[in-house]
Design a protein around this ligand. Sequence first.
Ligand SMILES: [Zn+2]
Length: 371
Amino acid sequence: MAAGRRTSLTLFTIKGIQVRMHWSFPLLLGWVILSSLAEGMELPHMMRQLLYLLIVFCCVVLHEFGHALTALRFGIRTHSILLLPIGGLARLERMPEKPAQELLVTLAGPAVNLAIVLLVGVPSLLLGYHVLGVDPMEDALGPLSLIGFVILVNAGLFLFNLIPAFPMDGGRVLRSLLAFRTDRVRATRIAATVGRVFAVGFVIAAFIWQQPSLGLIGLFVFFGATAELNMVKTQQALSGVRVRDVMRTRFWTMPHDATVQMAAGELLAGAEHVIVVTRHGDLDRVVQRAEIIAAVQGGQQALPLESIPGMVVQAIAPDVDVKEAHHVLSMGASKLIPVVDQGRLVGVLDADNMNEYLELHERTGGGRASR
Ligand SMILES: [Zn+2]
């Protein structure tokens, strides 16, 4: 999924975790309203539809917070929780690699839904309310039908998420259980295969039951399984490799007081996409090609490069495991990471470097290069 800053809107932030709504989400709201109007539905019933939709997505957000807050206990932050018409997506900065931790982080989501079912369901059962037997048409906005709906939604979320369709929660549970017995790549390969079989099943079911959202989930699972398998393979290939083995030592730097005009000249002369701006030889910021073009279009040729906001990116040391850098790059926060050794800028690292390294590495027989 793209970095999401342009495709989604932040609703609120809790514990540093942004809850964001994808642009397609308002389409779902619009569709619910329009289809209700087309069916000649009266206002109270339409309000009920919207209220039910709100309940579903509150439960989805709570589910995702279950994952995010459990991950936080293992020191893993979550950038955002993205709301899509087909559900929620917690964007953890990484997944824990220890099977036991992954298992806990994964189970925490469905556990939230199970807890809601029990917290709401048991008291109403004890008090003798038959919340599941209420006719919603008779008691549209009544508390009993709302409670019944909350129970049904959470029971549904609990069961659906535990389907072993990797990378859905159930599939992650399967992967971590397999990873207790075999290596992570093999565990992921098996889970991804099972996931793709379920994905095809979802798409077929979507046609049979005319449920387009199930089809979308099927596609999401199918491509998600492939992407995660590739990521795990990459991480495996990069494990034990140092940043200095992969980094690029030829790169484009310019001092902070060089003008936008000079940078534009260099842009035409070379093929670089990112420029590292230095201040007295030290790393200052990273400016992308598009930012220089925008500055020229804005008539700012005479301004110094330091006037372009660019990106103040975290530098990395040459002896760090390259997997660390891979996490940063795969989150899409920055396209390039400067490598700084004892205060001196010695290289840069980007996704191209890593892909080149991986390709060369693959051709040399797949074993780890000379170490
Ligand atoms: Zn989940």
